[in-house]
Design a protein around this ligand. Structure first.
Ligand SMILES: [Zn+2]
Length: 485
């Protein structure tokens, strides 16, 4: 899996494109950059939103859900998509922005901006109404760029975005400070909006620490117009989220099911968007919690599910790790399939008989990754290629010439094909270089003849540690298999 550096970079680029060039989000997207708030900045985990039918936690006197998109209180999230999916509101451009909102929201927005300006705060509109097609276009673009799974994490599927109602506004500062980032909350506009938006009918829709409920990471810039009376009532209710307010705040059970992979956190542990410490932190899992392992593992990073969120954590802070059985099986099957074409040595240990270059590929022309000292034990992955073996040493994997390896644990099965057909008479190979014929299968053995490149030799027996017994011009000896094809 490629490292998910995408969102961070793209966020910065999108913001730069919007703010420094003064272009609209659309222009940034045309240039191949995400420009929408939901998509570019809030790297949310779509997969984290719990379906509405699990463990519902109701608040007292929860407001009933209104799904009529013509109503200002329409309830929309990833579990409650718009009906009809292609709903389009009547919109009005917010003057001086080129961005439109639903007519009622535009009126309220203008009023709010005016009030903010009076108190010395200038609110900039970054994104507003997005049509179904626009959202689809964005979503498809991300799918093309990152694959569907990741696209779903960084953008809303068409028909599920609040922006399609025309009632959502993403705001920022004119100087671009912390645009579309969580630090926006500490900027003048961020602070003012948090304190005053509800007075004008706007609510902070994706509050901090509620990702598992809202389906979105904290977005201090995303405000949803619901009308002044509902906004005030919502604010006064003290509900953590609009989902809580409607009694549909749902989380999946964090307790792993029997038979599935599990592990326990040994510290407060960051769950990240990818396998590696450079990836964005989705969530911090408290110490001593049980997490579910999905079965995906990369180096020492495990993909886990906890509290309905899925992400990657370092294995360093996990105890009692047990990978899911079915997943492990699947992986083994895959491994076998992928190796069908090449002979196997089945993960046996081998010892280096010389200082041995580990290379990026099977052949002396490949880049040297590392030199393994003589006498060290390496682990063969099972992949081989014309005398070269893929091995792992000190957590590095690369290719070494079989010439300088001796067996310490015999391969269990699946010997190279050439070994299983020694009876075949007059099997021949061609030299790919001027090749020394030696008295034995080691470079320590005496050279008694150099076979020119491109000559045909007769293989007289089985390969032994990367060497073939051969016959050339009526002379018998050993040559390195590396230079035979
Ligand atoms: Zn938004």
């Amino acid at each position: 899996m490629p490292k998910y550096t995408g969102p961070k970079i793209l966020t910065a680029m999108a913001v730069g494109a919007i703010l420094s060039l003064g272009t609209l989000p659309g222009a940034a997207v045309a240039a191949g950059l995400p420009a929408t708030v939901q998509s570019a900045a809030s790297v949310t985990s779509a997969s984290t939103l719990a379906p509405a039918n699990t463990n519902s936690i109701s608040v007292a006197a929860a407001r009933s859900i209104d799904r009529n998109p013509n109503h200002l209180d329409v309830f929309v999230n990833k579990s409650y998509p718009l009906k009809p999916a292609k709903y389009a509101p009547k919109t009005k451009t917010v003057s001086g922005t080129g961005i439109s909102l639903r007519t009622e929201a535009t009126t309220a927005y203008n009023k709010m901006v005016k009030a903010a300006k009076k108190s010395g705060v200038r609110v900039k509109l970054i994104s507003g109404y997005r049509s179904y097609n626009r959202q689809a276009q964005l979503f498809n673009q991300y799918t093309r760029l990152y694959g569907k799974k990741y696209a779903e994490r960084i953008s809303a599927k068409p028909g599920t975005s609040e922006h399609q109602t025309g009632l959502a506004a993403d705001v920022g500062n004119y100087n671009g400070a912390c645009a579309l980032q969580s630090c926006f909350e500490n900027t003048p506009v961020g602070k003012w909006m948090k304190k005053n938006a509800h007075k004008y009918g706007f609510i902070l829709r994706y509050p901090k620490g509620q990702e598992s409920i809202t389906g979105y990471a904290y977005e201090p810039w995303h405000f949803r117009y619901v009308g002044t009376s509902l906004a005030k009532s919502y604010k006064n209710s003290g509900a953590k989220t609009f989902e809580h307010y409607h009694g549909v705040a749902t989380t999946k059970k964090s307790s792993p099911k029997a038979g599935k992979g599990t592990a326990k956190t040994t510290a407060n542990l960051n769950m990240r968007s990818g396998a590696g410490a450079s990836n964005r932190v989705i969530f911090t899992i408290p110490q001593g919690k049980n997490v579910k392992l999905t079965g995906s593992k990369k180096a020492d990073w495990y993909q886990v599910t906890y509290s309905s969120k899925t992400g990657w954590v370092s294995g360093t802070y996990l105890s009692n790790i047990s990978m899911p059985k079915s997943e492990t099986k699947k992986k083994e099957t895959k491994k076998k399939e992928s190796k069908k074409s090449s002979p196997k040595t089945n993960g046996s240990s081998k010892k280096t008989t010389a200082n041995l270059n580990m290379r990026s590929g099977a052949g002396a022309s490949n880049r040297v990754i590392l030199t393994i000292p003589k006498g060290k034990t390496v682990k063969a992955t099972g992949k081989t290629k014309s005398g070269w073996l893929q091995v792992t040493y000190k957590s590095k994997t690369g290719w070494v010439s079989g010439t300088y390896l001796s067996n310490t644990s015999a391969p269990k099965k699946s010997k190279p094909k050439t070994e299983s057909s020694p009876k075949k008479k007059f099997k021949t190979k061609k030299t790919t270089a001027n090749l020394n014929m030696r008295s034995g299968n080691s470079t320590k053995k005496k050279v008694f003849l150099t076979i020119p490149k491109g000559k045909t030799v007769e293989i007289t027996g089985s390969k032994k540690s990367g060497w073939y017994p051969v016959k050339y011009k009526s002379k018998k000896g050993w040559v390195s298999a590396t230079y035979l094809k």
